[in-house]
Design a protein around this ligand. Sequence first.
Ligand code: PMP
Length: 374
Amino acid sequence: ASTSKPLDIDPSKLVVEKTTKPGPLKKPEELIFGANFTDHMLTIEWNKTTGWLEPHITPYQNLSLDPATCVFHYAFECFEGMKAYKDKQGKIRLFRPDKNMERFNKSAARIALPTFAPTALIDLISKLVKIDSRFIPEQRGYSLYLRPTMIGTQKTLGVGAPGSALLYVIASPVGPYYPTGFKAVSLEATNYAVRAWPGGVGDKKLGANYAPCIVPQREAMSRGFQQNLWLFGEEEFVTEVGTMNFFVALKNKETGQKELITAPLDGTILEGVTRDSVLSLARERLAPEGWKIEERKYTMAELDEAASEGRLIEAFGAGTAAIVSPVRCISWKGKLVNCGLQEHEESGEIATKMKNWIEARQYGDDKHEWSYVC
Ligand code: PMP
């Protein structure tokens, strides 16, 4: 029996096979989110005896898997969502990829899939985006959406830790979430379905967390609301919105101080990279102006009270796809809670500032360590 340590991902072993049939480029304005893919993909196989095998960049292609493969039966799947941007000099930049790698490893570990050295995968993703760089549109607001994915590939029906896995990364050129500028969304506060719960896996990016959210979203849509505002418990704590973290700006009832509030990372909230970026920028740039920045539990009743007393300043979702998504109103207990926007406004001041500040770092206009040059 071998006593050698299983191998980690080794970028120096990368094998590249370039496509002989480069695909067409879509016009940027015709891009539909996640519908078009680049010419190549990155794949790395793992098994429990050897560890990670040599990485491959190959033409984008189908996977061939036995119908018994454990991912199809017990949902051994986790993923990430991140973006590559082209700066004014044509250099390709990733935004805080270390954060995505850290979360990817935490998700994988929770479902008994293997972990890896974050810097090794960042290095390989850099190589992939450079090979497919012609797919990254140059215009502001455009980017290359990256989807690192890991699946269990053991082909037996016994329920247990997969003895083999596949990590792959595909890439999709995407346009701005709101091509004609912000559009404030309306939410339905959802208490009949629960996205995540204490001791659960809502803080991990597992595919299994997402499929069950589609029916409630479709129901909210049928009533004229774009997204669910996920509440939790009898207290109706506000947690997240759709697939974004949620922020509210309000004036404190007693002191009148302005507060920017988001739910704490208590295990029921995804650790959003955008959430962390908003908090960090708020502490750097809003706190000196007198804002109190808070990660704490808050309830729908608290928001309703603030709204009815004219203390709710604005609310927005925060995530990689849209950066920020301003919220107009929340349907709750048969009434509409207005989130502070005037009828003609599509975004509040904080949401607009955050979008500009974060974009400046993503596109390298504001030189910062969050931006990783490939
Ligand atoms: N919450 C959920 C449930 C999500 O799926 C996402 C998207 N990854 C987010 C929040 C936002 O995370 P990020 O800012 O890292 O995109």
